[in-house]
Design a protein around this ligand. Structure first.
Ligand code: MN
Length: 261
């Protein structure tokens, strides 16, 4: 049994749900901010991000603006920390705070991917082996079937020579966006990953299941036998599901509330 939510909370939750069902066509600022805060807490509770990592949402379809937290740990993000940036990843007029050093990941991907409404950047350790070997991530699990659409690896040396590995300039952001291409995610060699989605539910759920896929694939490879991957037809069929992760958001949100107490 869970407690009956307060009336205001119930309305806010219902509004956010309507927003998500409508593909964020009618998202109010308040519900978008609430979704970004929730996404931060979910990713922290699911251990996809730790002290580092970030998640953003485009303000509306086709908009050249996005919402992201100021530079703090995801678990600590509140509505008051959310900032609005343009596609140059500059804060809108009057904003004095600064967002993450790697904010250019978000601006430069939104610029070239009109289909993308939300972006996650994480450093989940299970992903790293697939960024530093020549073994590609391949789809091994139904919830991560999108891996079959391709997960390339971004080699920052090709764009910037010796760097501190951070995507901290517009040029590096553009190079990363190019490496992502039209794919659902890109690994960053020796660093982490960027995962995109047509909604904030999709970018968050893909982040969770990309990490699961990496663990399961590594386990299967360690067993040493031939692996049967999901085939192209299965990947295609799964991609036809309009809302494969809807149920997960509300569960993960509740778990994040419990773990953040
Ligand atoms: Mn990073």
């Amino acid at each position: 049994m869970h407690a009956v939510p307060r009336r205001g909370f119930l309305f806010a939750g219902a509004a956010a749900m309507v927003t998500r069902l409508a593909g964020q066509q009618t998202a109010s600022r308040e519900s978008l901010v609430e979704d970004v805060v929730t996404a931060n807490h979910i990713l922290a509770a699911q251990e996809i991000v730790d002290a580092f990592g970030h998640v953003s949402v485009r303000t509306a379809p086709g908009a050249g603006r996005y919402l992201i937290s100021r530079s703090i740990a995801p678990a600590q993000v509140t509505a008051a920390d959310i900032m609005e940036l343009d596609l140059d990843s500059k804060p809108i007029a009057g904003e004095k705070r600064t967002s993450y050093r790697e904010r250019f990941i978000h601006g430069e991907i939104y610029r070239v991917r009109p289909d993308v409404m939300s972006i996650v950047h994480c450093h989940a350790p299970a992903l790293i082996p697939f960024s530093i070997t020549r073994i590609p991530l391949r789809p091994v699990y139904h919830n991560s079937s999108f891996v079959g659409e391709g997960v390339p690896v971004f080699e920052i040396r090709e764009a910037g020579g010796d760097t501190d590995l951070l995507v901290s300039t517009p040029d590096l952001g553009r190079a990363l966006a190019k490496a992502l291409g039209n794919k659902p995610a890109v690994l960053m060699r020796g660093h982490g990953a960027v995962i995109v989605g047509k909604s904030i539910i999709e970018s968050v759920a893909r982040s969770v299941y990309l990490e699961v896929n990496a663990r399961v694939q590594a386990q299967a490879m360690a067993m040493g036998a031939r692996i049967t991957y999901l085939d192209e037809g299965e990947v295609k069929k799964r991609a036809e599901d309009p809302d494969p992760y809807g149920r997960a958001w509300d569960l993960w949100k509740r778990q994040a509330l419990l773990s953040n107490r």
